[in-house]
Design a protein around this ligand. Structure first.
Ligand code: BDP
Length: 678
């Protein structure tokens, strides 16, 4: 198996009894089929059922009497938005929705159910997504590279488009639709203005033409200075009438080419990108100018809150809140402010961003990163659902207990008229889409949680494993177990106890010693603040006081070093090396314990994985086994880098029973430098 089919494998059902019982129920697929989306729903059911049952099931216009089949219908009673209902009427299975996309989602839900060989009656029920815009953000560049992409090059073949439309675009759309994703931003937030040109819009339109048939809208990241760079204007000032006119005209042109275009994603005044502040204007001024251009077409502006200034005295943690919270209520109706889950940048563990809850008058969208920029690229096995869920379930206390991040994002807490969740895509041109075969689960889990954030990481892991790897129940349990522990295992050898960002260059190899960069918050020492006294970033009132940005209940949970949960400890406190922690160990011993437990746990992953060999496809099994060997070696690398480096401050021995690293700090640094070479 080359992994291309993702979770849409539709393997023949091995158990003859199950096959026979399904076969009785599925003699036809009936649809009045008056839209591309309905036709694709019927086609997908046909493809799936034919393969799983080993027979040919016809698509018909009206139900066949004396036979049992699937009926696809549209009706307003089936719940709001993209929701669907699956019912039994007599012996027919009826999938109803008020929109054709809902019928498509219901069809995929039924297929998911059958792929797990569950009794048909149990498929009955209703489901509606909790969030309106469920999107992938591709950080893909026009020349085919992907910013922070580890699975080959871009899926989009810009030089061939629009004349040649790769069939893979359809499979991409199927995969997304199967998990309810309904929007995609096709280009990098560090955006090239090229995509807005008359040469490139038809290429984008060709992609949109494929995606539309699966209920997916297409969006573009824009370059804020395009009026100057493309339009030849003297300025890109958002309050300049000529600039506003330019965007209005450009937007009209886009909608002429792509009538259902979704809108713009914007990274502005962030990491060197242009923006309204270049002209003394605010983020709201910039967003509202674009909102005005998009409003006649019901398009939206998704404006990112990922900003921080190169100020050596500032705490980067506080930056997004400081810039955006004062702008609450100043954004136009069709603007969403998209916030990364944590205040810094997609670290293996971060506290939730303090912006969540603090902009009741502005729809806030969530940005998660599926691509493993800070989690071992496509080499390390990290199942991200526990990370997503930890953030979604975090309680902000803004309207009292139970004011979770999920309830902010889904709009229920502040009655947001627009709701949005985005995942920075981990897909690329690799045959298996995501490089590491197990990283497919992160794409899958993102979609499932975007639809329903109450699902558990366990349930999603089991479901994905059954669809993708095996239905053998003891092996499903063993694989899910690896998945559920994998993120904590990575945290243990990478950034335990609330350490963060031990990188400057590659975002892959350990560099906790990095103290030189063009700006202080691009060094590693800025984040961990190791010295002879201790370790960690004091963000309490005696330090940067970033904790002030949270509600008192949250602050109280984190501000006392004695009671702060260990996973967040060094995010908020500078702790003396010898200080005893709630675990009973002192800081140094606890760190060593985690750095040593990490690689040992990777050995456990290897053992568990070896145990499922019999029921997993051999090519996939071998591929993952190889990656786990690499992951172990690199976990040791991380361990040695950290403990040897931190030991220069703590001046304490490695506690028993752990062995001393078999190499020196200089040796580790030399091997890391290889990864930083040009
Ligand atoms: C950082 C990435 C950088 C992105 C940036 C962003 O290192 O490549 O451009 O985030 O989100 O994590 O804009």
């Amino acid at each position: 198996d080359d992994g291309y089919r993702l979770w849409l494998k539709y393997e023949r059902i091995p158990n003859a009894t199950v096959r026979a019982s399904y076969s009785k129920s599925f003699s036809f697929i009936a649809t009045s089929g008056n839209s591309d989306i309905l036709n694709n729903a019927a086609k997908e059911l046909q493809t799936g059922l034919n393969a799983m049952l080993g027979r040919q099931i016809p698509i018909v216009k009206t139900p066949v009497s004396n036979q049992h089949g699937i009926i696809l219908t549209m009706s307003a009673i089936a719940g709001p938005g993209d929701g669907y209902a699956i019912q039994m009427q007599g012996a027919n299975t009826v999938i109803t929705a008020s929109k054709d996309a809902g019928v498509l989602y219901g069809s995929f839900a039924l297929l998911r159910h059958l792929q797990q060989h569950l009794p048909l009656e149990k498929a009955v029920g209703q489901s509606s997504p909790k969030i309106q815009l469920r999107m992938l953000n591709h950080w893909d560049n026009p020349e085919g590279t992907i910013e922070r992409g580890y699975a080959g090059s871009s899926l989009w073949k810009w030089y061939e488009l629009p004349e040649t439309v790769d069939p893979r675009y359809t499979d991409y759309a199927r995969a997304n639709a199967s998990i309810g994703i309904n929007g995609t931003v096709v280009n990098n937030v560090n955006a090239s203005a090229r995509f807005l040109t008359a040469e490139y819009l038809p290429k984008v339109a060709a992609l949109a033409g494929v995606f539309r048939k699966y209920g997916i809208k297409t969006y573009l990241s824009i370059h804020f200075a395009a009026p100057k760079t493309l339009g030849g204007l003297k300025t890109s000032d958002p309050l300049d009438p000529e600039v506003r006119k330019w965007w209005a005209e450009k937007t009209k042109e886009i909608y002429r080419t792509i009538p259902d275009f979704g809108g713009f994603l914007v990274k502005a005044n962030s990491e060197g990108e242009p923006g309204p502040q270049d002209y003394g204007r605010t983020h709201a001024d910039g967003a509202n100018m674009l909102a005005e251009a998009l409003a006649p077409f019901n398009g939206v502006v998704i404006w990112r809150a990922f900003v921080y200034k190169a100020d050596p005295a500032a705490d980067r943690f506080k930056a997004a809140y400081e810039e955006f919270a004062p702008l609450d209520g100043k954004f136009a109706k069709n603007v969403i402010v998209q916030v990364k889950n944590g205040p810094i940048d997609f670290q293996p563990r971060e506290p939730f961003s303090p912006l969540f809850g603090n902009m009741p008058g502005t729809p806030l969208g969530m940005e998660f990163q599926l691509t493993q920029e800070y989690m071992g690229f496509a080499t390390h096995w990290v199942y991200e659902a526990p990370l997503f869920k930890e953030c979604l379930d975090a309680d902000t206390y803004v309207n009292g207990k139970g004011s979770t991040v999920a309830r902010i994002i889904d709009g229920s807490l502040h009655q947001y008229p627009l709701t949005c969740i985005a995942g920075v895509a981990n897909t690329g041109s690799d045959r298996n889409w995501t490089g590491h075969p197990m990283a497919q689960a992160n794409w899958y889990a993102f979609g499932r949680l975007a639809w329903d954030h109450t699902l558990s990481p366990e349930a999603i892991a089991q479901e994905w494993t059954q669809l993708t790897l095996t239905t053998e129940s003891k092996d499903v349990a063993a694989i899910s177990d690896i998945m559920l522990r994998s993120r904590e295992i990575y945290v243990n050898y990478n950034t335990p106890l609330g350490l963060s960002r031990p990188w400057t260059g590659s975002h892959y190899a350990p560099e906790p010693w990095q103290n030189r960069s063009s700006r202080p918050d691009w060094t590693a020492i800025y984040y961990h603040r190791a010295d002879t006294l201790g370790l960690g970033f004091d963000r309490t009132a005696t330090g940067s006081n970033a904790l002030q940005q949270y509600r008192p209940e949250v602050r109280r949970a984190w501000e006392n070093a004695e009671t702060c949960p260990l996973p967040y400890l060094l995010w908020f406190h500078h702790i003396p090396w010898a200080q005893k922690l709630s675990s009973g160990r002192n800081l140094w011993d606890e760190l060593c314990h985690r750095f040593y437990t990490g690689p040992d746990s990777v050995l456990w992953m290897q053992k568990q994985w070896a145990g499922v060999r019999a029921s997993v496809d051999p090519a996939t099994h071998t591929d993952v086994s190889g990656r786990l060997v690499k992951q172990y070696n690199e976990a040791l690398w991380w361990r040695d880098a950290w403990v040897l480096y931190l030991q220069t401050f703590s001046r304490k021995p490695i506690p028993a029973p752990y062995p001393k690293p078999g190499r020196t700090l200089d040796e580790v640094k030399r091997s890391v430098n290889v990864y930083l070479m040009r």
